[in-house]
Design a protein around this ligand. Sequence first.
Ligand SMILES: Nc1ncnc2c1ncn2[C@@H]1O[C@H](COP(=O)(O)OP(=O)(O)O)[C@@H](O)[C@H]1O
Ligand SMILES: [Mg+2]
Length: 318
Amino acid sequence: MGGDSGEYEISLKTAANIFEVVDRTKYVPYLIHLKGNSWSYTDSENVVYQIDKNDFSLQISDKKVAFDTVFIAIHGNPGENGHLQGYFDMLKIPYTGCDLFTSALTFNKFFCNMAVKQFGFPVSSSLHFYHDEKMDYEKIEEMCGYPCFVKPCNSGSSVGVTKVRDRQELVNALVLAFEFDDQVMVEKFIPGREMTCGVVKLDGQVKAMAVTEILSKKEYYDYEAKYTPGFLELVTPAEIDFLLESQILSYSEKIFTRLGCRGVVRIDYIVTAEGVPYFLEINTIPGQTAMSIIPRQVRYRGWDIKDFYSSLIEESFY
Ligand SMILES: Nc1ncnc2c1ncn2[C@@H]1O[C@H](COP(=O)(O)OP(=O)(O)O)[C@@H](O)[C@H]1O
Ligand SMILES: [Mg+2]
């Protein structure tokens, strides 16, 4: 838990929530906190032990604690972008969720969109820029029009994301987005309802969990809407017709499989008035605080939350 992104606090809550439900008859869990170079474990007496990064172990008095698997509960860097996945791959320590390649690919919104579009799913039009590249405003306006979205390619929780309505706002939004990443994208606005679908691989089988509608009291699902109580209403299952629901569930299972995902992920869409679900993004370490969408979908499905996490832990060994 922890990490080095704007979602640090959310990660602590996600981890605390998972830690609480881990089946103690099967596992002995340790909460390991990562922040920059400090990777540590704090025991019940508040004694802090540093992780030995040579083999991701702990030395607690005369006992060495090594781990059978790691439940990665870090949103953003370094848990969602492939960095930790590469580290654990090198140490041959299993971990939950997507592998290095899938994590790195899906963490970059632009390159992930390109892949998902190529697989045949509806995705909005967008343009990609590196920091040192000349911005072609005419091309942006021609391809995306206004309003459009400016986003850092590698980010989350709407940090650095702006909806812009004219050239001046576009210029300012690009400056802001480049503060968070050296790659940004400009994406055509898709008007519609925002839906999200959890997908999980359990016992080797890919299952779309449910479609949840995200009703934001803000103009869009920004950081404030995400984390301020009352700014957001989540409806599970979404009040949509059966055919559209089946389509979103089926798209989600296919996208999960095509991208080579593992564990539990959440795929976000904007559904247009014509009923077309546009892929928006995939979160490979979705929020799992008590209030988050994934635990709600687990409850909606009538699954036992303890068994759900035991299955995810078991999946990490395959
Ligand atoms: N192309 C788009 N059309 C309409 N709404 C969008 C578009 N892109 C982003 N949004 C809105 O902005 C929010 C944040 O964008 P998103 O790409 O999901 O970034 P983040 O990773 O920060 O959540 C979305 O949840 C949605 O409400
Ligand atoms: Mg999002």
